[in-house]
Design a protein around this ligand. Sequence first.
Ligand SMILES: [Zn+2]
Length: 134
Amino acid sequence: MWQCPQCGRSFEKQEQAHYCTRPQTIDEYIARQDAAAQPRLREIRNILRSALPQAQERISWSMPTYWQGRNLIHFAASKKHLGLYPGGEATGVFAEELKHYDVSKGAIRLPYDQDLPEELITKIARWCLEAYGI
Ligand SMILES: [Zn+2]
């Protein structure tokens, strides 16, 4: 299995020739990830959509993004985890509640094999709206 670093699509053959385009929507982005990761990606998308009902969904920095006057929060699929990117200030504010997760400045790594902390993600997303939204 080979994943194109440009567009994220997976192919049987290494360096498979293909019509390479970047995903334009969150649906396209999710559809291009490993089948095993897709349920969690849909789950976090639903959590963020409920937490940020006024925000626009777009792809920014090649990641699914919630935008309301500014980028509020991004998420992205990695091999073993789902990355949530609320910005460096947010990971500082929520450090205590995030202590059981693998966190670095601005990035929270949520393993696919664990339930998503829905309430905490909702709180962080709303905090981002307060802090960065217009
Ligand atoms: Zn490609």
